[in-house]
Design a protein around this ligand. Structure first.
Ligand SMILES: Cc1cc2nc3c(=O)[nH]c(=O)nc-3n(C[C@H](O)[C@H](O)[C@H](O)COP(=O)(O)OP(=O)(O)OC[C@H]3O[C@@H](n4cnc5c(N)ncnc54)[C@H](O)[C@@H]3O)c2cc1C
Length: 432
């Protein structure tokens, strides 16, 4: 029987895969985009910030067409404890004008739309199709095996965009199991609330949105963060912490999210809301040193499958879309040359190295190990800052000199001064 052969097969219709398929189809290549879900995004999870700059490189003026929830005009950073919060906020009118900086999205709608763009450009989208292995000939990847009957498909090149714990990257030996201290377990809930309530509670005008990142109580001091993002008629609320910390502490994600929702600072934001969906997902947070080899003969790996996540800035979707696009550009070049060998696909690695992706990951290469080994930063510091500010602000008859002395004593009790100096030096080395 004649083999069905594409120029390229893209596995996974998340942001990395859809971006790759769209770029390939626009260049006139025959491309199949294969997705295990009943539609793209059906099971995909993200806190929900989509960064405009990288999206516009794929679809011009996308904000006029894409299913976006709100443009984000305010970012807040919370240090949260059991009953108080210190908040640093930045809000700007500049973020309310085209081309916009960032948006909140719901992946079930957004991924479907982006994959639809790839289809419009000519890609063949196959849903409900699980890829179970690669097909090799003479050591080269020449296609994929699916769970369907007669489900082998062949192509010049395969782009593995099948997300964290990529089956394809493992099948080709590029990827090992992710170590538990380099992967975060994240949980998220979508809480429906009327539009006007959201706008009142977060002081938003029209389609403006707020994104809050939460340190401290949200993860019970584990290495990780919580988040609350405003959608059109819902809030996305969740948290993620490194998997090994869940194992060490025995804390359960479900208990943690309930505790987060019950916190008085959070409770008032979600009051009256109706929980619509609960999801859990892994995030590869190993950073630069855990990026696996990115290509082999006939195959490239993109997005989360390649561990391309900047956990310091909570960016993943933009790295996924950009890496998908760069893998596609490499495949287009390979098609022109008629050579899909590793030597040609090495161009993908070069493109990534020249992009913001590898530059940013390299910059923060020390961050994952440093933060993992300094859990106090996520536990005692938020409490310390809140207690110090509470003491400073409370007017209770003590003189200001007495208050200052109390604050210094309290700070020294919770974290000796030489430890703090070491922490600051470590933070500087990890982030500078
Ligand atoms: C809770 C949470 C919050 C986050 N918040 C943000 C944020 O605010 N901003 C941000 O930029 N990033 C965020 N991220 C990270 C972001 O979601 C990812 O980096 C991004 O989704 C990666 O895209 P991807 O296309 O590589 O992988 P995915 O989005 O995981 O897509 C992989 C696709 O492959 C499909 N697939 C997998 N295996 C197979 C198979 N064998 N056969 C066929 N199909 C398969 C899946 O169904 C899926 O559609 C967050 C992640 C989580 C979990």
């Amino acid at each position: 029987m004649e083999e069905e052969k594409f120029d390229a097969i893209v596995v996974g219709a998340g942001p990395a895969g859809a971006a790759a398929a769209l770029t390939l189809a626009r260049a006139g290549l025959e491309v199949a985009l294969i997705e295990r879900g009943s539609y793209p995004g059906a099971k995909n999870v993200m806190g929900g910030i989509l960064y405009g700059h990288h999206m516009e490189q794929l679809v011009e003026r996308f904000w006029e067409k894409a299913p976006l929830e709100r443009h984000i005009s305010e970012r807040r950073f919370w240090l949260l404890d059991g009953d108080s919060v210190t908040s640093l906020a930045y809000k700007s009118q500049r973020f309310c004008a085209e081309p916009y900086n960032a948006f909140t999205v719901l992946r079930a709608k957004f991924d479907r739309w982006l994959a639809g763009k790839a289809e419009e450009a000519g890609a063949l989208l196959l849903c409900d199709t699980v890829v179970t292995d690669v097909i090799r000939r003479d050591g080269k990847v020449v296609g994929i095996r699916t769970g369907q009957e007669d489900g082998d498909l062949y192509a010049g090149v395969v782009i593995a965009a099948d997300g964290v714990n990529s089956l394809l990257a493992k099948a080709t030996g590029l990827h090992a199991e992710l170590p538990a201290d380099r992967v975060a377990l994240a949980v998220k809930e979508i809480i429906a609330l009327p539009r006007e309530k959201i706008e009142d509670r977060f002081a938003l005008d029209g389609n403006e949105g707020t994104a809050i990142e939460v340190f401290g109580e949200a993860t019970a001091g584990m290495f990780g963060t919580g988040f609350i993002y405003t959608n059109g008629e819902s809030l996305s609320l969740g948290l993620g912490a490194v998997l090994s910390d869940f194992v060490k502490t025995g804390l359960k994600p479900y208990d943690l999210i309930e505790r987060f929702k019950a916190n008085p600072m959070v409770r008032r934001l979600i009051a009256g809301g109706e929980s619509k969906e609960y999801m859990a997902h892994l995030i590869p947070e190993g950073g630069y040193d855990h990026v696996p080899p990115l290509y082999t003969d006939g195959l490239m790996v993109a997005g989360d499958a390649a561990g391309l996540v900047n956990s310091v800035h909570i960016e993943g979707s933009n790295l996924a879309m950009t890496s998908g696009r760069l893998a596609a550009e490499t495949a287009i070049e390979a098609k022109e040359k008629g050579d899909f060998s590793a030597a040609t696909l090495a161009g993908y690695q070069r493109r990534l190295e020249e992009s913001f992706i590898m530059a940013d990951l390299k910059k923060y290469r020390r961050a994952p190990a440093f933060f993992e080994s300094h859990p106090d930063l996520f536990g005692s510091y938020p409490e310390m800052v809140n207690a110090a500010l509470s003491e400073l602000i409370t007017v209770d008859g003590l003189t200001k000199a007495e208050k200052q002395k109390r604050i210094l004593e309290m700070v020294a009790r919770s974290r000796p001064i030489w430890n703090m100096a070491g922490d600051l030096a470590g933070i500087w080395r990890a982030l500078a």
